[in-house]
Design a protein around this ligand. Sequence first.
Ligand code: SF4
Ligand SMILES: [Zn+2]
Length: 393
Amino acid sequence: MSKNDEALNLVEAKIKELRTNVPIKTFNKNKLAEVEINKFYYNGETVNRIMIVLRANGCEHYKKNGGCSMCSHFNGTMPNDIVSDKNYIEQWNSVVNGSFSDEKIENFSLNNFPVVCVYNLGSLLNPNEISVNAVKYIFQSLNTFKDIKKVIIESRAEYVTDDILNVIKNNFSGVVEVGIGVESTNSTIRQLCHHKGLQKLSTITNAVRTLHKHNFKALAYVNFKPCFLTEEEAIQDAIQTTVDSYNIGFDAVSIEPTSLQEFSLANHLKLLGYYRVPWLWSLQTIVKGVYEKLNNNGVLDLRLGGYFDEEVLSGSQGEGFAGKNEIFPYETSGNCKYCTPNFIECIKEFNKTYDKNKLLSIKPCEHCYNVWLDECKIKDSRSIAQRIIDILK
Ligand code: SF4
Ligand SMILES: [Zn+2]
């Protein structure tokens, strides 16, 4: 067996073992998992975005192979139960009539949100996770709100097919953007560090081609700082993957710094002392590096995603950290306690404007900037497979 195969087996075995500790929870299947509102940049202006997270059947990759190393979205699902079409439709109707929130929201309408995200803790284009009928119902409904400019959904690349895109296209006349987890264009990192279960990059390039053939937009998710990489390696990987994603043809890239949810491999390594969440300072280097490598003097559709500090309108149907809900991370990327809040405000400003100077102009913090610089000097001469064998064997 090659070292890479041995390392992959170790990663998968550990992830599967960690998942056995996830408590079995019961959720109301007719209620959404979460609704979040924040600001977004669209067509040159700052607009309101609503993110609707369906209580769903969850990701097939997680069910079959344990899922990705940084993700525990499945914590918000019920492995022994099935969310039916009827449940999805009830959930969706609660968005349409505004009844999703326990507190009455004055004049709530989807028409107030030019950008609407519909997520299902997995792949919305995978009929094994949510049926074609339920997807059709949701898009038919979205089509009645004429002020919605763009709908964003998420799917693994392998579920992007002509058939499902035709269903959406035939029922919705607005712009649809599909977010695809690329994570890294380096296959060793994608397979061993992310445990993405997506061997060939061609699956991703084909998905982008299919999306464009049907006039959909393609958004790449780039996970920044997976397990087993040093900060500096993770920075370089995020820069290269972002550049590659634009070159593959993605219309937009969202860099997603790793957050920690319970029962993920990233969280396990952190508890062992082998992992620290990404530094926010690194995001400055990444954004600068992407612009430089692409030699771009204009404005890229480049976003900083993941969890920071959002207004959660609804959710919390289970025990969670910090009063948030079970899919919310308990630790997000950060610097020190003195400069993190301001940095997060600057990230929000960046996402509202795409003005990179909102990030690049942040002055070094006297408490932590030098610590970050020192962390970036840490090197590991071992191969990634060897690191995994050393920690997990
Ligand atoms: S990141 Fe996406 S593909 Fe990976 S386990 Fe989570 S939901 Fe599934
Ligand atoms: Zn600081």
